[in-house]
Design a protein around this ligand. Sequence first.
Ligand SMILES: [Cu+2]
Length: 201
Amino acid sequence: MVPALAVGHHGSCSTRVLGFAAMRILRMVIVSVAGLLVLVGLVACSEDDVAGVGQTAVASMSGPDGVPMGAVTLEQGPNGVWISADVSGLTVGAHGFHIHSVGACTPDFSAAGGHYAPGGEGHGFMHPEGSHAGDLPNIHAGSDGTARADHFTDKVTLAANGATSVFDSDGSAIIIHDKPDSYGPEPGAGDRVACGVITRT
Ligand SMILES: [Cu+2]
């Protein structure tokens, strides 16, 4: 087949060679641009649709009596979610801190359900089969009852969809417990002393 850029049987040999060279370069450019577009498309997909990079959320925490107890902010990064707690009104010491499976704190904190565990793993960081996605390290309150903590997890996302998104059909909540999580198969963290529904910001 004679390429379109070649001049047919009336053209000189050198013109025809030039035509082939131009075609080859053109083809390389087209393949490169197509490859680049696919790459850009993949990155855009993973940022916007799959991982939700850049998405932020907050859980405004309050006690069973409705008293505000600070906030927990969440931000989706390329490799996981950064969860930052700035809470008050706690008793001194360690408190269990989890993502629970339902985005509800009323009529009482039991509405938040159990730990968020879309993969169905066992409870606790020390569990041989792995921990619930919603398991997070304890937070520690000082003598003034405030606690600040930064956590990072790749077990949940803030994406609009996906199997491990906290924004699944029934949402998710942050719960702070009266006692520390044991990190073992039995949480042992006791009563729920603060609750906040995770909402997009
Ligand atoms: Cu909990």
